[in-house]
Design a protein around this ligand. Sequence first.
Ligand SMILES: [Zn+2]
Length: 152
Amino acid sequence: MAGEIGHVTIDPCDELCGCGNHGCMETVATDVALCRAVSRCYGTSLDVDELVRLVRSGEIHPDEEIRATIEYLSIAISMVINIFNPSSVFVRGKMLGAQENLFQQLLHLVRQRTLAAPLADCRVHHASVTKLQGAVAGIVMHLANALAPTFS
Ligand SMILES: [Zn+2]
């Protein structure tokens, strides 16, 4: 379970998480979290595909909910970069397709929150593949960086 930041408490007064605590990262910084917040706001039950479609078509404007979710996500990414100093971070989320430049907005927030030295060593990627593909790509990249011979 090492590295499971989804259950780091970010807001102890927020939603009950499946793990039994309140306000875990995954209750505030994920597609599911955004869907819950927007569904509550509009009195309906949306999945992330519906949410993205409605936002992109201009039928709903959950700007505050998107801003809050992206901000929490930036906190999670910054925390990972500050703690682990990775060379790459892969960010995956269908919500990032809801508005133009949302990933760029996320990167802006990450830059504001992350220490300069680890940020300089890290590249944040917008992963558009499945979770499993992203995990495999991350492992391969890490192994290549850690084990591959260098040529200088
Ligand atoms: Zn939890």
